[in-house]
Ligand binder design. Structure first.
Ligand code: PMP
Length: 283
């Protein structure tokens, strides 16, 4: 079966899907993106992701190349033609192809690509049962990480540092020694039955998974405090988690050299995962 991607209005064989060498995404990281989770052929929290995409576009003064309802159509079509049951859609918009010049080009149409990828739920469940290890790494990103831009060199380096230390995620540490978030996820710790996560600001991405988990916590009367935490709080934590559109709620069992709790996935992992799964909208 062939794999099909979307490139500027065309459905192409994935291996033949190209953009020009003077695309501004390639030269300047001048673009934004979204990742939509797919469960059972359905898009997870579509409205949240599409609204965040339009916010990102507005913040970088870019216009969407297609209207809002067309995104839904193309994403559903990619899920269908690629026969994706569970997985993700990666969607990227750049300021388009123009001769290299820092200033915005005039009359250039933004480039839009979408890539579908199948990921089995079993691989998620396998990791969930074991939990993941996290490495703390200095947060070297720019000051507007609330915008989901393709400028990802700092998180790439952070994730590689984590990987080199046999960890699956990096938690980024700000200048005051607090965790901002993961390199590609939201960070959470649990202490005395209270869940903590960093409050929203320009220093973190407003995770769509974060929003749905918070909704699920409220419904189940589980306690949450939006407050920064540091390495001492992590050492004292009973459990820890990351959330993202592709990892949903994922337990963390080790941060640097410190075991979280007894170093095994704790009892709240299933409680939070269930609360999240009940709160999401599938469409
Ligand atoms: N923070 C960062 C830096 C991320 O890259 C991601 C994943 N896109 C998240 C948080 C989680 O966001 P979401 O739940 O919307 O995937």
């Amino acid at each position: 079966m062939s794999r099909i991607s979307y490139v500027n209005g065309n459905y192409c064989e994935h291996k033949d899907s190209f953009v020009h060498i003077e695309d501004r995404g390639y030269q300047f990281a001048d673009g934004v993106y979204e990742v939509f989770g797919i469960i059972n052929k359905k898009i997870v929290d579509y409205d949240g992701h599409i609204n965040r995409l339009f916010r990102s576009l507005k913040e970088v003064q870019m216009k969407s190349p297609i209207n809002k309802s067309s995104y839904y159509f193309h994403i559903k079509r990619l899920i269908k033609i690629n026969r994706i049951d569970d997985g993700l859609i990666y969607l990227q918009i750049t300021r388009g192809v123009a001769e290299r010049d820092f200033k915005f080009p005039k009359n250039t149409r933004p480039s839009l690509v979408m890539i579908a990828k199948g990921i089995s739920l079993e691989s998620y469940e396998y990791t969930f049962k074991r939990g993941i290890n996290v490495k703390t790494v200095k947060d070297l990103r720019w000051k507007r990480v609330d915008i989901k831009t393709i400028n990802l060199l700092a998180p790439v380096l952070a994730k590689q540092e984590a990987t080199d230390h046999h960890c699956q995620e990096a938690w980024l540490i700000d200048e005051d020694s607090f965790v901002t978030e993961g390199s590609s996820s939201t960070a959470w710790i649990l202490k005395k039955n209270i869940l903590y996560t960093t409050p929203l600001s320009n220093s973190i991405l407003n995770g769509i998974t974060r929003q749905s988990l918070i909704k699920g916590l409220k419904k189940n009367k589980l306690r949450l405090i939006e407050k920064k935490f540091n390495i001492n709080d992590i050492k004292d934590a009973d459990e820890a988690f990351i959330t993202s559109a592709t990892q949903y709620v994922m337990p963390v069992v080790r941060v640097d050299n410190f075991k979280i709790g007894n170093g095994k996935v704790g009892k709240h992992a299933n409680i939070f995962s269930k609360a999240y799964m009940e709160a999401i909208k599938l469409s």
